[in-house]
Each structure stands twice: as C-alpha cells, then as structure tokens.
Design a protein around this ligand. Structure first.
Ligand SMILES: [Zn+2]
Ligand SMILES: [Zn+2]
Length: 137
C-alpha cells in the first residue's frame, strides 16, 4: 500500500476525518450555498467514496437543499465552526470533503469548476491582483 490516506482536521483540531482511496473528482464549487456556508467565493471539494470515510469529534450538521435540488448535509465542528465535509442525499455513495481542511492541501488538484454562473469577482479569477506571499502589510 503506497497510497496515503486523505486526512484533515478543523481549526481547533478537535474534529478529524480520514478517507481511503483515490478521489472520484476534485473541483471548485462556486454555488451560492457553498459561498454562504464557507464565506468564500468558491469551495474546493474533494469527492471521495463514503465507504472508506470516517470522522471523529464534536461534529454538527446542517441540512439545506443543494444545487441538485435535493438535501445536502454539511458537517462542521461545534467548537470552532470549521466546515469539514458534506453528505449529499442525491449521491449517498460519496462524501464531499472541503479541501481547505486537508492536512496536506497540496495533494488537492482540481480539474474543473462548477456553478460558474454564480461565480463573482471575489473568486479572484482573471483579476490582476497584487500578491503577497504572507500577510499583506
Ligand atoms: Zn474545531
Ligand atoms: Zn456548491
């Protein structure tokens, strides 16, 4: 077994998860629900099989109707509020891990974006922004 598991934690480190196997997909979702849930312009999503997924810690879930028109359960840490993963009703075999919580986010290689109809200027796409390697002064 040369493949590493995918692991991640919340901001306060009380919640953690692991997923076994290869990603089913890697994408950026720009839908309004993901924007509101995360506060970001787009949510990086690692799609994994639910059968190899487990999570531990003080998790709480919130269910809303997703872009598919069916309920999506988003799971977050009750202590720090980090959004960790989603469990879409319309696809019970998968889990959508929010890739910003990965222990090694450099492994995340998105291949497509979805709901670009809702993408807005906050996404930074195509903007000629001044970049700072660390905190801007
Ligand atoms: Zn936490
Ligand atoms: Zn979304």
């Amino acid at each position: 077994m040369s493949r590493k598991n995918w692991t991640g934690t919340c901001l306060c480190r009380k919640c953690s998860y692991q997923a076994i196997g290869e990603p089913e997909a890697s994408l950026i979702c720009h839908c309004r629900d993901c924007q509101r849930a995360s506060g970001a312009a787009g949510l990086p999503v690692l799609v994994m099989r639910r059968s190899g997924f487990s999570a531990h810690g003080p998790l709480r879930s919130f269910t809303s109707t997703g872009g598919s028109g069916s309920p999506t359960v988003r799971n977050f840490c009750t202590d720090c509020g980090s959004l960790l993963f989603g469990l879409p009703d319309h696809a019970p075999e998968i889990v959508t891990i929010y890739a910003g919580t990965l222990d090694d986010p450099s492994r995340f290689k998105p291949t497509f974006a979805q709901f670009t109809c809702d993408r807005h200027a906050l996404s930074g796409t195509g903007l000629a922004l001044v970049e700072h390697a660390k905190r801007a002064q």
